[in-house]
Design a protein around this ligand. Structure first.
Ligand SMILES: [Zn+2]
Length: 391
């Protein structure tokens, strides 16, 4: 069995070890060592990265009680190698993982919500809690967050070792052990069975920020959070987003909520106005066109926008005409067929026949139907529709 140096010293980043054996694992060379500081993926914490001699460590996994290092090149069995763990990545994982212990303990203490699972992602982390989202409003999230941060800022010692027998029985364990006797204990705050890497004091977590919550499964909630260095990175990133948004609206970041609300209201009012103006224009153009047209023939026309095709065909039908209107917008041909209410051939049937020409799709009622398809064949489709009504 591999001696796991990270269990006794999670700050150890360089070590020497003997290569016990090498093999192929999924097409990649792998190596077992007599001892390692590399943490293998488990308990929600990803495996470490780094180097073994001249080989890059691509992944680290549990394998029948051993720690298996997956490499970019093979190592000679029997040789000594120097190992170097990527410390930036490990510290990040320790901050997220220990922060999760403290946050889970806080949700349990403050809201009686046990943690069912933990995921440490590339950007953010999540815990799934046994509590309905209706009980986790912003104030509830902030109180758990501040309890967890209080544990961080008290800079309490973190004990990580095996606990057995009477001593173990006295621990108020937050969850059942999956395997082994190791417990991570922060006196008065949390006691959890865990094989992960943890800092020696809670202060190393830096800070814990709850980003949000969403409904998860039956009566569960998924809480998203970040700890330590990720708080700093995320704050900088969100600051950039806010600045870009504020610059686009020519306002200051702190005035964004008001500016966005105002912009949305204005845009909504303009949209309503443009619909109304389009309707008025369609009505007046329809009147003029009906006067000039053969009353027995359908009116066929192409216009610039799909929305105007809808308004115009409707307005022509109100004037007593059958309207076959086309438009090309966003690289697609749009067809709008309309007839005076309850009079004349069924527009949905006509559209169905003509959509074959366009290789398109659509539908509607006998009075009004619309569809879209290949823009190159719009004229052909309109002519075909006209020929069917007015041979
Ligand atoms: Zn843990």
């Amino acid at each position: 069995m591999t001696e796991r140096l990270y269990l006794t010293d999670p700050y150890l980043v360089s070590f020497t070890a003997r290569v016990v054996s090498g093999a192929e694992q999924g097409g990649k060379p792998s190596a077992l060592l007599d001892r390692t500081a590399f943490y293998p993926e488990g308990g929600g914490q990803p495996g470490d990265r780094g180097t073994l001699g001249s080989a890059q460590v691509l992944d680290v996994q549990e394998s029948e009680g051993n720690v298996l290092h997956l490499l970019d090149r093979p190592l000679e069995p029997g040789t000594e190698v120097e190992g170097r763990v990527d410390w930036t990545r490990r510290l990040d994982h320790m901050q997220q993982h220990h922060g999760q212990h403290l946050l889970s303990a806080a949700f349990e203490r403050v809201h009686g919500a046990p943690t069912r699972s933990f995921h440490l992602g590339e950007r953010t982390c999540t815990i799934d809690l046994d509590i309905s989202i209706s009980k986790l409003d912003d104030a509830a999230l902030r109180s758990a967050e501040s309890t967890a941060n209080e544990s961080v800022w008290r800079n309490l010692p973190v004990v990580a070792r095996d606990f057995v027998g009477e001593e173990r029985n006295r621990l108020p364990l937050r969850k059942e052990a999956v395997k082994g006797d190791r417990v991570i204990l922060v006196e008065g705050v949390d006691a959890s069975p865990c094989g992960g890497t943890h800092p020696v004091r809670t202060g190393d977590v830096g800070a814990i920020v709850v980003l949000g919550v969403q409904k998860w499964g039956q009566g569960q909630s998924r809480v998203e959070f970040v700890c330590g260095g990720r708080v700093v990175r995320l704050l900088a990133e969100q600051g950039r987003w806010l600045k870009e948004a504020a610059d686009a609206l020519k306002t200051a970041p702190r005035d964004l909520p008001e500016a966005v609300r105002r912009t949305a209201e204005e845009s909504n009012a303009r949209r309503k106005l443009s619909v109304e103006l389009e309707r008025q224009l369609a009505r007046s153009e329809a009147k003029a066109m009906v006067v000039e047209s053969d009353p027995d023939a359908p009116i066929v026309a192409t216009v610039d926008r799909a929305s105007f095709a809808r308004a115009f065909s409707g307005a022509l039908a109100e004037q007593g005409a059958i309207a076959l209107i086309g438009a090309v917008e966003d690289g697609r041909a749009h067809l709008c067929f309309a007839r005076p209410k309850g009079k004349g051939p069924a527009m949905n049937e006509l559209l169905k026949e003509v959509l074959v020409v366009l290789s398109g799709k659509g539908g509607g009622s006998p009075d009004f139907a619309q569809g879209s398809g290949d823009p190159a064949r719009l004229e052909e489709a309109l002519s075909a529709a006209r020929a069917k009504l007015f041979p």
